[in-house]
Ligand binder design. Structure first.
Ligand code: SF4
Length: 299
């Protein structure tokens, strides 16, 4: 999957302290859950300091993260100590060569060792996230579920979000819907719909006879925007009101103009909710309308 990585000059990036202050403002406004995502959050220098600062916020109920798992062998323990309760690990293939192709830089064995380390550390919940594309990894959905069952963890299958211009595949041709994945899985497993939710967009099914739930995140086939209560802060301080739209507020400007005035920050956040769009206009048959890549905002 070719996504052009553009590195932003350090001065344009929020410092870890600025991110922690913005997180504090959100929790003072009633936000109970914060997920730290990327690109890959765990490669940022001193990132554990940020997890510790946010994990220590008195009003926060849940700190979670989404990672590609490459750093978990060394960072799983400090993440748990910092207060991370749930961890999502991106794993699109169990085949070494294909994994390398999909991730461009990743080593499968590092991620598998990272998952084992995270299991040994004892997070409340570990979940695999897999983006499934036809003729790329759709043939692995059964093995990925077996992998999750073997470790008593959950797994979510994600329909690709049409974010950013890409050149290595035609999204329309490789689109593989949640319903198709569910159909493939039902040839091997008995799936029973579950009402359980983590407050996220996944619709879960229990795999009968196991401790594993299979989730489906279906931005195309089963739009979930009507229940959306999420906003995203980019590393540059842009508060994105919707993953699928460009509505945003520049919180970096606010925090750098009024560095010691958290109420100014809270007012900006409160006001920004007035422009939160109703939902995305994704249409996988058309050219993407959102040019920023997924790795700029994270899931
Ligand atoms: S596309 Fe936008 S409105 Fe829909 S679930 Fe995602 S963030 Fe929420």
């Amino acid at each position: 999957m070719s996504e052009e990585m553009k590195f932003v000059p350090r001065a344009q990036l929020l410092t870890l302290e600025e991110i922690a202050t913005i997180a504090k403002a959100f929790t003072r406004l009633g936000v109970k859950k914060i997920r730290i995502t990327g690109g890959e959050p765990l490669i940022r220098q001193n990132i554990i300091q940020l997890f510790e600062d946010i994990g220590a916020l008195p009003d926060l109920e849940e700190l979670t993260t989404t990672t590609n798992g490459s750093q978990l062998v060394t960072l799983a323990e400090p993440l748990k100590k910092a207060g991370v309760k749930r961890i999502n690990i991106s794993l699109d293939s169990l085949e070494t060569k294909k994994f390398k192709n999909i991730t461009r830089t990743g080593k499968l064995e590092n991620v598998l060792s990272g998952i084992d380390k995270a299991l040994s550390v004892g997070f409340e919940k570990i979940k695999i996230n897999a983006v499934i594309l036809k003729n790329r990894n759709h043939d692995e959905v059964v093995n990925l579920v077996r992998f999750a069952i073997g470790r008593k963890i959950d797994i979510s299958f994600i329909e690709e979000m049409p974010l950013g211009i890409i050149d290595d595949h035609n999204r329309k041709e490789v689109y593989y819907s949640s319903d198709q994945i569910k159909h493939d899985l039902e040839q091997e497993f008995e799936l029973v719909s579950s009402t359980e939710s983590t407050g996220g967009p996944s619709r879960y099914h229990n795999v009968v006879g196991t401790n594993t739930k299979v989730g489906f995140i279906s931005p195309h086939s089963h739009n979930f925007c009507d229940q959306c209560n999420r906003v995203r802060l980019t590393a540059e301080g842009r508060l994105l009101l919707c993953l699928g739209q460009e509505h945003s507020v520049d919180l970096r400007k606010v925090i750098r103009t009024f560095p010691d005035d958290i109420e100014k920050l809270e007012n900006s956040i409160r006001n920004s909710m007035k422009i939160k769009p109703k939902g995305h206009d994704f249409d996988s048959t058309e050219k993407p309308i959102i040019f920023r890549h997924m790795n700029v905002t994270g899931g």
